[in-house]
Write a protein that binds this ligand. Sequence first.
Ligand code: PMP
Ligand code: GLN
Length: 385
Amino acid sequence: MTLQSKLPHIGTTIFTVMSRLATEENAINLSQGFPGFGADPLLLEMVAKYVRDGMNQYAPMVGIPALREVLAEKTRLTQGYFPDPETEVTIVSGATEAIFSAVSAVVRSGDEVIILEPAYDSYEPAVTLNGGIPVYVRLNSTDFSVNWEKVKASVSPKTRAILVNTPHNPSGFVWDKSDLDTLADLIRGREIYVISDEVYEHITFDGKPHFSLGGHPELRSKTFVCGSFGKTFHVTGWKIGYCIAPRTLTAEFRKIHQYVTFSTVTPIQFALAEYLEAPDRYLSIPGFYQKKRDLFAMGLAKTALKIIPSQGSFFQMASYGHLSSMADQKLAIEMTKKLKVACIPISVFYSDKQDDKIIRFCFAKENDQLEEALSRLKKLEDILN
Ligand code: PMP
Ligand code: GLN
């Protein structure tokens, strides 16, 4: 018997490939996006306490009430609306699950789903597995803002959903309020849902606010907001996130969630509920990351690479087309092997693997690691030929 693959075009994700190579090569790993530093010891202690206290059985399918309530309160504080914790907030096992379950809730066979690219790699398989047809729209090549004319041109009677991501991985572009208004205009009067990946909601720079699509009264009625506590509190391995969506959408979302994972790790839910009670714990994050972004971007500007400004997320892109025509995937491998610094080639974020000679670095690392990586990158020209 030969199993006919449902995803014949999919291999192992670039994040796994590059992290593995970084380990093999003993390189500084600025490829896969995860913090190189620990979480607040207080949060760790809270988890330990709830484990010891016996909070170790299944949590309620939709998440513990205390966490849903404090998350609704955070949403009121940061985005100016209060989702109903009972019917509009669901705790899930990471944003990846939120995105998958939201796509599964709305996409039927033959439906078209607009994906803005470069795009995070989990979107397309979620669409394809549900029988949907991905329709790709390129972001503007200079700053990775949305080309709304192109989005408009790609809408058809079959369009069922659009997947959006702000702050954006890999570019760091952050949407303005006008982007939300334009999207609302574009889908008004049509049955098009929005799946909004906002995992970097608390990482924006230079005072730029993050506008959640849930904060837009018109978009809110059609949007699944997908978030990740792993990103916000430097604990990506905990795989815990959430989905906020209106009551009717949440009802369908939960039907899927209850059979994908059923519920999410209990003691961590209790710990996060307690930890989130002090807003400063998430409001202080932009300042923390901005120092790292500045350190890394300033250092990178002293290498031969050209930096592409990052407004949010913990990623910094840089281009090298003025130095070499080497394929970006090859460069990422050479850089890891010879300079001992790992990065992500951006071509993997495009459906047709378009290679604009751009690479992505994750700067969520200890400063000494960033400084060492920057010093190694000064020798970049030696490996480009
Ligand atoms: N979306 C984007 C844009 C991401 O970078 C990531 C990476 N973590 C995710 C979703 C997945 O988040 P989680 O780890 O909470 O599943
Ligand atoms: N979101 C992370 C990144 O973009 C990777 C997460 C993963 O490895 N799936 O690097």
